[in-house]
Design a protein around this ligand. Structure first.
Ligand SMILES: Cc1cc2nc3c(=O)[nH]c(=O)nc-3n(C[C@H](O)[C@H](O)[C@H](O)COP(=O)(O)O)c2cc1C
Length: 178
């Protein structure tokens, strides 16, 4: 799929088939995430890929709450994205420029991951709502690290339609100075 079609068809999936996800496909998602740009090439990320059914079920429980993410119950795989220490240049640059480069980098890597999934016929949902402490304990992620995102990955259920995109108009989000 060309990139423009991919960006139009990727959508957050909240209705998964229980069919398991092939490890080779997940590995390609991680490879695409690995190639994402990052400030000072710092690559401040770690990806924990969960496909073991009993673990995935527990992750699914820990991303739910206050009515959020109930769909996770049927999702067969999750990728937890942890923030790692950035290199010295990125840390110093971030301090001087008052920017959270590591978090920006993680967003970019996660976008790469989701597009790689979509390219392979998989669906994803990035989740920012989860029980951080409990998931870190479950997955053996050190308590002092920040778990930034959990991505649900799986095959969309056959009755999951392509939704129209709800987006702000171009004029509102872009300025051309010609
Ligand atoms: C940082 C971040 C956190 C998100 N957290 C959740 C979440 O916890 N649950 C959920 O269902 N969707 C979550 N989303 C998905 C957004 O709701 C979704 O991307 C947005 O509504 C646009 O829809 P689309 O991805 O289908 O184009 C999150 C997306 C991002 C980027």
């Amino acid at each position: 799929m060309d990139f423009f079609t991919l960006s139009e068809t990727r959508q957050s999936c909240r209705n998964y088939d229980t069919r398991p996800v092939e490890l080779e496909k997940l590995a390609r998602c991680i490879q695409a995430a690995r190639l994402a740009p990052s400030a000072c090439n710092s690559q401040p990320w770690h990806f924990t890929v969960v496909t073991r059914p009993d673990l995935a079920k527990q992750v699914a429980k820990l991303v739910q709450g206050a009515g959020f993410n109930r769909f996770a119950e049927r999702c067969p795989a999750f990728i937890a994205v942890t923030e790692e220490a950035a290199n010295l240049s990125a840390r110093l640059g971030g301090l001087v420029k008052r920017q959270e480069y590591a978090q920006i980098d993680i967003g970019l890597a996660t976008a790469h991951l989701c597009f790689a999934a979509a390219e392979q016929g998989l669906s994803t949902c990035i989740m920012g709502w989860f029980q951080e402490k409990a998931i870190k304990k479950l997955l053996g992620i050190p308590a002092n690290k920040r778990l930034r995102l959990v991505v649900a990955v799986g095959y969309a259920a056959p009755d999951d339609p392509l939704r129209p995109k709800t987006r702000k108009p171009i004029e509102q989000i872009a300025t051309y100075l010609k």
